[in-house]
Write a protein that binds this ligand. Structure first.
Ligand SMILES: Cc1ncc(COP(=O)(O)O)c(C=O)c1O
Length: 453
């Protein structure tokens, strides 16, 4: 490795970082992470912290998951790559598809289409939804509906259904025919409604209004995260996703569950859809499918959707879509090992338990610091603090102050993520009680130090 002076001097000079202004990255170079172990990361200066970001919602099993590392290393020796385009396959991906079929059977999902990550999975799901309707002779069903505040990656299709201006405005025009409804976000919403259940019904009503306005038979799919993640961790009321399912079914609209974050245990259930008792038509997965160690994803397909494709005799079901790395044997080997570890460790149970501890600790923190306007969580290990400069007016906190809180928290022992006015926490699901306390203690010190400066 080059010495630390070289790395510090060249940090952000020749890299444009995702989700950052290039000039800002040069002026405030990012933390250089050089090592990780368990749930902890170490930077170039040797400073070690708990990683309360969990890589990027993906390192569910921590950084020392030996079975996944071994599987990757062994597969690199045996077959480092081969394509799964028409005519070829590999042993690992066949086994993985069977394992995923078993794993997702309670969600009604029995086929897999492999991708190289979350945005690819979203793109795949949007395309397959349109194609499904075309196969069935409903070519007019091309539109997509989604939630404001939803995050669905950054491909053009994903950005078009994305519900945050930051990921859209500079890249417009986006895909036509994409329409958004209000999110069940009780802290801020156009209805001024703070009761989660009443709000869920208002959002469902907005969905029905939009369907009536667009014409139900013009809509291909509704895409949503079971718990909104990157938009600031917004768990809907339990009646919301089942309500969406019912409305979609009534209008022949696909329900795509974007579970890039929530699949494999994050909510405290094996999948976010199962968390709410819903069976989607398509489910997007990625991230934790390989514990973040290899870029990989899978779109899971409901049995009844598979039947339509598989029984087509017209040729319309030929899939004109795929990635060079779809079904990559190394990714598939990693996913097989990861799935086995995820089940062996029963990570959703720990996510639920530690999630309760973290959420309770954050609520306590809000009793001391007025800048904490809203505390969200309560569904596994995904929590957020929304910061405000004034609790009464809910005016968002300024960038400098939230940046100071993040820095001071890092110095005090926890890496947390800042997204707009939110501090987002998505630690590995193998977090211990002690590590959870360490995150809370670091945040406490972070708030105290930054706000007293
Ligand atoms: C719900 C959701 N969908 C899609 C994506 C995009 O995934 P990727 O960054 O792997 O392309 C993300 C990434 O955070 C996500 O949270």
């Amino acid at each position: 490795m080059k010495d630390s002076n070289f790395l510090k001097e060249h940090n952000a000079k020749s890299i444009w970082h995702p989700m950052a202004h290039p000039a800002d990255s040069q002026a405030n170079p990012p933390t250089v992470v050089t090592k990780a172990h368990g749930v902890r990361i170490t930077d170039l200066d040797g400073h070690e912290t708990v990683d309360a970001v969990g890589g990027l919602w993906n390192v569910n099993l921590g950084f020392s998951c030996q079975p996944v590392k071994d599987a990757i290393a062994a597969q690199l020796d045996t077959l480092p790559y081969y394509s799964t385009f028409r005519g070829t396959s590999n042993d690992q991906v066949i086994q993985l598809a069977e394992e995923l079929r078993r794993f997702f059977a309670p969600d009604g999902l029995t086929r897999a289409f492999f991708t190289s990550g979350g945005s690819d999975s979203v793109e795949t799901a949007l395309r397959l939804a349109r194609q499904y309707h075309k196969i069935r002779g409903e070519a007019g069903r091309t539109k997509f509906l989604s939630l404001k505040k939803g995050y669905h990656g950054t491909h053009m299709g994903g950005a078009s259904v994305n519900g945050n201006a930051n990921f859209r405005t500079q890249y417009e025009p986006l895909l036509p025919g994409c329409h958004h409804i209000p999110a069940p976000y009780s802290y801020r919403n156009p209805f001024g409604e703070t009761d989660p259940e009443r709000l869920a019904h208002l959002c469902l009503q907005a969905l029905q209004d939009e369907i009536a306005f667009q014409g139900g038979n013009t809509i291909a799919a509704f895409i949503m995260e079971p718990v909104l993640g990157a938009g600031g961790v917004i768990p809907p009321h339990p009646c919301f996703m089942p309500g969406v399912r019912e409305i979609c079914s009534r209008h022949g609209i696909f329900l795509i569950a974007d579970e890039v974050i929530t699949a494999f245990g994050r909510t405290g259930s094996w999948s976010g859809s199962r968390h709410w008792g819903v069976q989607p038509d398509l489910m997007c997965t990625a991230k934790a499918i390989t514990n973040g160690y290899f870029p990989f994803g899978a779109v899971m397909i409901a049995d009844k959707v598979a039947e339509v494709f598989e029984h087509d005799k017209s040729g319309a079901a030929a899939i004109g879509h795929g990635y060079t790395y779809s079904g990559h044997p190394v990714g598939a080997a990693a996913a097989l090992a990861c799935l086995a570890e995820t089940e062996r460790l029963n990570v959703p149970a720990n996510a639920a338990e530690r999630g309760r501890q973290l959420f309770a600790g954050l609520q306590k923190l809000a009793e001391t610091y007025d800048v904490i306007g809203d505390v969200r969580g309560g569904h596994g290990l995904m929590c957020a603090l929304e910061l405000v400069s004034d609790r009464a007016t809910k005016s968002p906190i300024d960038k400098t102050t939230i940046g100071k809180i993040q820095d001071a928290t890092y110095q005090a022992g926890a890496m947390v993520r800042v997204s707009g006015p939110n501090i987002i926490l998505s630690p590995p699901l193998v977090l211990s009680e002690h590590d959870t306390d360490a995150i809370l203690a670091a945040l406490e010190t972070g708030f105290e130090t930054a706000l007293s400066r």
